[in-house]
Design a protein around this ligand. Structure first.
Ligand code: SF4
Length: 208
């Protein structure tokens, strides 16, 4: 009998639990996934910690499904693997340095490019160091984020560190809708802003 081919190792950069939920549901069937929580863009430490705690809670819930072989309500029945997590450094000064001069850019503009680049380059570095087969990000699930742009930045980061980037557009095939369903099911905290102080201000004072 032929031995089963081991699943490729994927490092998944994750911004938060709600966005991770539908991405993980898809990816965990085809990859051995380790989540990489690296988000120095999040302005306030309590908010950073809250999102991280929710990410861990989601992963624990998914791993419990594997242990109990209970996949009710999920898009698959079995074959899913346990998920790991690596926490990156939380140093907001690194983010502020990366976006220096771009502070006044609107959400979706050049500041976000720099923010994506910072996070994806660190994901590529960790993926290369950990000898992962590839890496990707949950960020493409957001309807507010351009998947082509993220994929280009991810590709460049992968080339710089010699590790393949897996292009994605997780919002396709109702991915975003599924993330809302899974967030309800796991009672996940859904934040009202992207993460940085500029996005927080925009959510508090939207343009008239
Ligand atoms: S709006 Fe979001 S993606 Fe853009 S710079 Fe702020 S945290 Fe980063």
């Amino acid at each position: 009998m032929q031995a089963e081919k081991p699943l490729p190792l994927l490092l998944l950069h994750a911004c938060c639990a709600p966005c991770s939920s539908a991405c993980l549901e898809r990816l965990r069937q085809d990859f051995l996934v380790t989540v990489f929580y690296y988000n120095p863009n999040i302005d306030r430490e309590p908010e950073y910690r809250k999102r991280l705690a929710e990410e861990k809670r989601l992963i624990e819930a998914f791993n419990r499904q594997v242990e109990e072989r209970d996949y009710r309500g999920m898009l698959f029945e079995e074959g899913a693997q346990r998920i790991g997590i690596i926490e990156g450094d939380y140093r907001p000064a690194v983010f502020h340095e990366a976006v220096r001069g771009l502070e006044q850019e609107p959400e979706g503009g050049l500041r976000c490019n720099a923010c994506f680049r910072l996070r994806l380059r660190e994901a590529a570095r960790v993926a290369a160091e950990g000898q992962f087969d590839c890496f990707t990000t949950t960020l493409t699930i957001s309807p507010l984020k351009d998947a082509d742009r993220l994929n280009r930045i991810g590709q460049e980061a992968g080339e710089a560190f010699g590790v393949p980037f897996l292009p994605s557009d997780f919002k396709k095939r109702d991915g975003f809708k599924r993330s809302i369903e899974l967030s309800k099911r796991f009672d996940l905290y859904r934040q009202d802003h992207c993460g940085c102080s500029y996005s927080l201000r925009a959510s508090q004072y939207p343009p008239a």
